[in-house]
Write a protein that binds this ligand. Structure first.
Ligand code: CO
Length: 137
């Protein structure tokens, strides 16, 4: 069951200056940076009431965010819905004909389990489902 809009992710070509913008210019609370090896990204999270903003940047210059930046130079990348049972939601949505990127959830930031619904199943918008870790929830 989907329980919240967990975060909005922005692909950024320069992580340091983007972190400075959200921290110094916009005054948001910086929760820290985290490398997510499985997604080939470095992420930076900021808290805003009821949701977060995620900056995603290629890890070691590779991965899907690198391809995205080459094509678009940065931009709004995906919406993420928090779920309390990702396996049940994936099964339920697959039943309805939704296509996913990858067969099962993979490790996300903060020990979460995540999976992406293919944009062609959602009018061109990339949507992530995220089940927080026990300690995070
Ligand atoms: Co995300």
């Amino acid at each position: 069951m989907i329980t919240a809009l967990d975060h909005i992710a922005i692909a950024v070509p320069d992580l340091e200056s983007a972190v400075a913008r959200f921290l110094d210019d916009f005054g948001l609370r910086h929760d820290g940076n985290e490398v997510v090896e499985a997604a080939q990204t470095t992420t930076a999270f900021f808290s805003v009431p009821e949701t977060h903003i995620e900056l995603v940047h290629p890890l070691n210059g590779g991965g899907p965010i690198s391809t995205y930046l080459e094509k678009r130079g940065g931009g709004l990348h995906h919406l993420c819905f928090r779920t309390d049972d990702i396996d049940a939601d994936v099964a339920r949505l697959k039943e309805k004909g939704y296509q996913f990127i990858g067969d099962e959830p993979t490790p996300g930031a903060h020990g979460s389990r995540v999976i992406f619904i293919h944009p062609k199943s959602c009018d061109g918008v990339l949507i992530e489902l995220s089940e927080p870790s026990e300690t995070q929830a």
